[in-house]
Design a protein around this ligand. Structure first.
Ligand code: UTP
Length: 273
């Protein structure tokens, strides 16, 4: 039912300077695989094979990664190193990639609006690949797609965070209607802990209905002068329904050095078996 996944990947990644001076943070490796490949594999696990990527200046490595490297293929063909390319070959054989460029970094809401031409008039997933999610069962996006099938409205993935951390996130409040599902009645971008409506923070997984594009076109710059998806979603929940979903799994904020190191340690243990 959800056929496309949008990857906003145009941000500057200032928390990871100087690495991000010339390299996209989405290409940071967790063990031997870039963050964005984990994101693409999560989308595939939810049955989504059309990847729509919003890039910006200095992000060429993303396009090169999701492409064939003939020289490399030729070089390692028939050697024992070929297995290292198995996963990426599978991706290239099954997925399509389309790109558009955000010229000015005016915020996540603006990046999503920039992707409108790639998405069109259909519901879609949004995955921020610096939020890496780890699961034993269904991936977070797969869990959300199942909820979408039942409710057919925008859905944000949330998790409880320390109250001192709420100022880093979009924060929601609302009424629980089902196991782990909340109808959102309020949403604030990066509130301070005194004004935060709860400690339920939105993480980088969304399912959005396409009316969000028209709302984003009318959304004024909010917190930090950026066009915020949080403000557009609040508008959407006033006129209809937006759900928040407390997902199963662990999420690592790999856009921060601490989260990146934690994820690296956990995934390294898995890699070693
Ligand atoms: P972040 O705020 O985490 O990313 O945005 P950032 O701005 O790159 O990182 P810092 O805070 O400076 O370290 C969340 C997501 O939205 C994308 C980012 O690439 C990231 O995936 N984004 C943000 C855009 O694509 N365009 C923007 O204008 C802003």
């Amino acid at each position: 039912m959800i056929k496309k996944c949008l990857f906003p990947a145009a941000g500057y990644g200032t928390r990871f300077l100087p690495f991000t001076k010339a390299m996209p943070k989405e290409m940071l490796p967790i063990v031997n695989k870039p963050l964005m490949q984990y994101g693409v594999e999560e989308a595939m696990s939810a049955g989504i094979y059309n990847m729509a990527i919003v890039t910006g200046r200095g992000k060429r490595a993303i396009e090169d990664h999701f492409d064939i490297s003939y020289e490399l293929e030729h070089q390692i063909k028939g050697t024992d190193k070929e297995i290292y390319l198995n996963d990426i070959r599978k991706i290239l054989n099954t997925c399509s990639f389309s790109y558009t460029r955000q010229i000015e970094m005016k915020g996540l809401g603006h990046a999503i609006l920039t992707g409108e031409n790639l998405i069109g008039n259909e519901p879609f997933a949004v995955l921020l690949s610096d939020d890496l999610c780890d699961n034993n069962g269904d991936s977070v996006l797969k869990q959300m797609c199942k909820i979408y099938e039942k409710y057919r409205c925008s859905i944000v993935a949330v998790e409880e965070v320390e109250i001192n951390e709420v100022s880093k996130y979009g924060v929601i409040s609302g009424k629980k209607i089902d196991n782990n599902i909340i109808v959102v009645d309020n949403m604030m971008e990066k509130p301070n802990k005194e004004e935060a409506p709860s400690n339920l923070a939105v993480i980088g997984r969304y399912i959005l209905t396409p009316d969000i594009f028209q709302i984003l076109k009318n959304t004024k710059p909010g917190k930090n002068g950026e066009i915020q998806i949080t403000d557009a979603l609040l508008e959407q929940c006033k006129n209809g329904m937006v759900l928040a979903y407390k997902f199963n799994g662990t999420r690592y904020d790999c856009g921060s050095v601490d989260g990146f190191i934690k994820a690296t340690n956990v995934f390294y243990q898995k890699y070693k078996g």
